[in-house]
Each structure stands twice: as structure tokens, then as C-alpha cells.
Ligand binder design. Structure first.
Ligand code: SF4
Ligand code: SF4
Length: 186
């Protein structure tokens, strides 16, 4: 069975897909996932299946766009750690990350020229940069802005424009941080 975990919005399709017919529940992928969003357990889509299967944790499914972005699904030089470790090739990804980050003039991680371009592009589109923070406060603030009537965009952090980058450059923490942009609706 093809199990899609994620969501679709105006900015694209954001799905981690696991082919449960291929997965043998070996447990390797949760061990290498830097965002800790994977788990192996009972198959929620096939109650008769006895073997465990890999899935994206329930509470993480609405956040995969941001959680998976540092792994560069579909556009990095290397496959994401989950794909790389899975001998049975059970993982695939929708095209949201590839389209957003690989197109001309779009964000390319670590290339300052394009990062600046991305910030300028957002400003032209009416987005106002608010601040950079990590989970769980990140999601809480995003919800508060939405309740106040703003559109909310969470972007990968441009470390070249942040005052303190100690946590942002530490691989153990960096995937948790995003920059919040807001825009008045309409
Ligand atoms: S590494 Fe592949 S086979 Fe092993 S649990 Fe993860 S998806 Fe399943
Ligand atoms: S792309 Fe990265 S964050 Fe997303 S499931 Fe795979 S290893 Fe985890």
C-alpha cells in the first residue's frame, strides 16, 4: 500500500510516501531521521498486517514541509537519510521541495547570493520578516498570527542575516529552527 504523510497547500505538495508493501519494519529509518519524525509500529492502514511498518508520527504530519526541508528531498546531491538507509527503497517524496528550492533564483541552502534573492523576493510579495525560533514555540506563534488574521510563511533560516547563529549552525538543532514571515490577508 502507498501511504502518503503530509499535506498540500497553495505553495505545493508536501508528502513523505512510504510503500508499506516494501517496508519490512527493520527500524533503520527512525534511527537516522534528524527531525525524529519517523516511527515503526502497527500498520494503521491494514489492521490484519502482523509485521510492524514505518510511518510518520501523527503529530508531525502537518509539519513535514519544514521538518524534511534540511534533508533536501528530491533536489540535494544525496538522497535523504531515510531513503539512503532503506535497502528496500520504500521512501519517495512529492515535488514540493524540489520545485520550491531548485528552480532558478529560488532558495539553495548555503548559497548566500540566492538566500538574499529569496528574502528580497518575499519582501516584494508583501511578506514581513518577523523572527526565527524553534519548535514547539514556532508552531504556537504561527497559529497566533493566523488567529490574528495574517497569512503565515515558515522559511528555512538565512544564517547570513541572523545575529547569533550558534544553534542555527549546529546540525543537532538546526532543523528545528525556521523564520516566520507574515502578510496581511487580501
Ligand atoms: S528502513 Fe525501509 S524497510 Fe526499514 S523500517 Fe524504514 S521504510 Fe521500512
Ligand atoms: S527527509 Fe529527512 S526529516 Fe524527512 S523523513 Fe526523511 S530523514 Fe526524516
Amino acid at each position: 500500500m502507498i501511504a502518503n504523510y503530509g499535506f498540500k497547500d497553495g505553495s505545493g505538495d508536501w508528502y513523505v510516501t512510504i510503500d508499506t508493501d516494501k517496508c519490512n519494519g527493520c527500524g533503520k529509518c527512525p534511527e537516522v531521521c534528524p527531525a525524529n519524525i519517523l516511527e515503526v509500529g502497527p500498520d494503521e492502514m491494514d489492521i490484519f498486517r502482523e509485521e510492524p511498518v514505518a510511518f510518520v508520527k501523527h503529530e508531525e504530519r502537518k509539519k513535514v514541509r519544514y521538518s524534511c526541508a534540511p534533508c533536501k528531498p528530491g533536489y540535494g546531491e544525496e538522497p535523504p537519510p531515510c531513503s539512503k538507509v532503506c535497502d528496500l527503497k520504500a521512501f519517495s517524496f512529492s515535488e514540493g521541495w524540489k520545485k520550491l528550492y531548485q528552480g532558478p533564483g529560488r532558495l539553495v541552502w548555503g548559497v548566500r547570493k540566492n538566500l538574499v534573492t529569496r528574502e528580497e523576493e518575499l519582501k516584494k510579495e508583501g511578506w514581513e520578516k518577523r523572527f526565527t525560533m524553534d519548535e514547539p514555540r514556532l508552531s504556537e506563534m504561527a497559529e497566533q498570527y493566523k488567529e490574528l488574521g495574517f497569512e503565515v510563511l515558515l522559511e528555512p533560516v538565512n544564517t547570513s542575516s541572523e545575529e547569533c547563529t550558534t544553534c542555527l549552525k549546529d546540525p543537532a538543532f538546526s532543523h528545528r529552527y525556521k523564520t516566520i514571515y507574515t502578510r496581511q490577508r487580501g
